[in-house]
Write a protein that binds this ligand. Structure first.
Ligand code: SAM
Length: 217
């Protein structure tokens, strides 16, 4: 990513410091995903862009060994606080997903990332996906969700003054995520970026995000 761009980019950090725990309930499908993980012998899970910790807490409570990172220090602090409140532990840190992950090869049985990996330009996203592949064990699981650009009246393209900065990547000029990069994948592009995985399910969830579930080839 262009370093000058990072310096001027407002971060999710500001959103969390103003609004606190933005997301409180786990993703609607997480119960089902956790059951699939358990049946698949999953123990160690990485949550990329863990935010304020809703999935760290939910999955740690179910007995999974949780790891996570997020570029927002406020998010990490709030995750830590929430885990402590529940008497749970997880291995979490402030880190950026476009950088080489600080984990050894094949450490994880599963990687989840909810509404996060799209917050970059495409080349940086490809770096993130290559790192997901590296840190997952063979046949390890992924559950990833990303937003879609739609024609609905309330869609971000109508309300956020989206400015295209490269093909498919936009910078909202207004709205709650103003100044934060959004890459909107087409279905084909998402499958291509995740071509190192067997995608067994792709669908739109109740919040209008495209979800993929699959395993590493
Ligand atoms: C929509 S929030 C989702 C948070 C969390 N996954 C959840 O579902 O509650 C997007 C998250 O991505 C994080 N994020 C944005 N850019 C990032 C980056 N380059 N590296 C790591 N995390 C990033 C933000 O700090 C924020 O926590």
């Amino acid at each position: 990513m262009n370093p000058g761009f990072i310096l001027t980019m407002p971060e999710w950090d500001e959103i969390f410091s103003e609004k606190g725990r933005v997301f409180t309930e786990p993703h609607n499908d997480m119960k089902r995903i956790a059951e699939l993980f358990r049946k698949g012998g999953v123990s160690r899970i990485l949550d990329i862009g863990c935010g304020t910790g809703r999935h760290l807490v939910y999955l740690a409570k179910k007995g999974f060994q949780m790891f996570g990172f997020d570029s927002s220090q406020h998010a990490i602090d709030m995750s830590e606080e929430w885990l402590n409140e529940e008497g749970l532990v997880a291995n979490i840190m402030k880190y950026r997903m476009e950088d080489s992950f600080p984990y050894e090869d094949m450490l994880f049985d599963a990687v989840i990332s909810i509404q996060t990996i799209h917050h970059n330009r495409l080349q940086d996203i490809k770096n993130t996906v290559a790192e997901i592949e590296r840190v997952l064990r063979p046949q390890g699981y992924i559950f990833i969700t990303v937003p879609i650009l739609s024609d609905e009246p309330v869609s971000p393209d109508n309300d956020w003054g989206l400015k295209e900065v490269e093909a498919g990547t936009y910078l909202p000029q207004k709205g709650p995520e103003s100044g934060i990069l959004h890459h909107y994948f087409t279905e084909e592009e998402l499958l291509e970026v995740f071509s190192g995985f067997q995608i067994t399910k792709m669908y739109i969830d109740e919040t209008g995000h495209r979800c993929i579930f699959g395993t590493k080839n």
